[in-house]
Design a protein around this ligand. Structure first.
Ligand SMILES: [Zn+2]
Length: 264
């Protein structure tokens, strides 16, 4: 991906996020529900901060101040985001807003048990395991503030589409993806989406493509944090010597996916 294309993709990811409108409006009701960081200044703010306008490609959203600080940002001296109550859920209830609803369904595919979840914006999780039981716990851990609703009817077509896609990863999944992560993770995942079935790239190559050639370890961590198994093809990232390296969803699944894609 060219740097200009890449910047545009990052800017679009921010602009399409409903939280961006809250930041532009400096909405005090959004305070405590999320935080945003600015790459060019290294600070993070509450949504209502009166800081000067920032470019959307430099902005990432965080569920908590602690998350922003783990990503390397320091609290803004002006709006003091570290003094806010940390729980977005509590803030949401205080303002009378319902928590976000995420619908999910669990089924089986050739890779084992499969959980598919979607928000109002698109697929937000595709999780794999040997058995169905751990899948819901994984979903709860990833969306601690959402209201999770099992969807037997409306969601079932999504489950079937994803299960079918797992068998034929060279085809287009053609469903909107709601990829949630830091700005850096989004960059890595966007780059993975550009690796076609049957091809692979090394962690170092992905780091070069996003213009951060030294961030190889961080790229590997972003791959491991990918919430959309198979759809965001982190299985196509391998070691520079061609070795398979790790896979969040198990090495056997990675080997099987790559073998199928090489034969397709
Ligand atoms: Zn601020």
């Amino acid at each position: 991906m060219k740097p200009s294309t890449h910047k545009a993709a990052l800017a679009a990811a921010t602009s399409n996020d409903p939280r961006w409108a809250r930041v532009l409006a400096r909405d005090p009701h959004a305070d405590g529900r999320f935080f945003y960081s600015v790459k060019s200044t290294g600070v993070y703010c509450r949504p209502s901060c009166a800081a000067r306008p920032m470019r959307p490609e430099n902005v990432a959203f965080h569920a908590s101040g602690a998350e922003a600080e783990r990503a390397g940002f320091r609290p803004c001296k002006r709006c003091r985001p570290e003094r806010l109550a940390p729980s977005p859920q509590r803030a949401a209830t205080a303002h009378g807003e319902a928590p976000e609803e995420i619908r999910y369904a669990v089924g089986r595919c050739s890779l084992g048990a499969l959980l598919v979840a979607h928000s109002a914006r698109g697929l937000c999780a595709i999780l794999l395991d040997d058995e169905p039981e751990p899948l819901l716990r994984d979903l709860q851990r990833r969306f601690p503030h959402a209201r999770l609703a099992a969807d037997a009817s409306r969601h079932a077509p999504w489950l079937a589409r994803v299960a079918g896609f797992v068998e034929h990863t060279g085809h287009s999944l053609d469903l909107p993806l709601d990829m949630r992560g830091t700005g850096f993770q989004q960059q890595v995942w966007q780059t993975l989406l550009a690796i076609p079935a049957g091809a692979t790239a090394s962690y170092a190559e992905v780091a070069r493509r996003i213009g951060a050639p030294r961030a190889v370890r961080a790229v590997a961590q972003a791959c491991a944090a990918n919430p959309l198994a198979v759809a965001v093809p982190c299985h196509r990232v391998v070691r520079s010597d061609g070795g398979l390296s790790g896979y969040r969803w198990g090495m056997a699944r990675k080997r099987l996916l790559l073998r199928r894609e090489a034969q397709a």
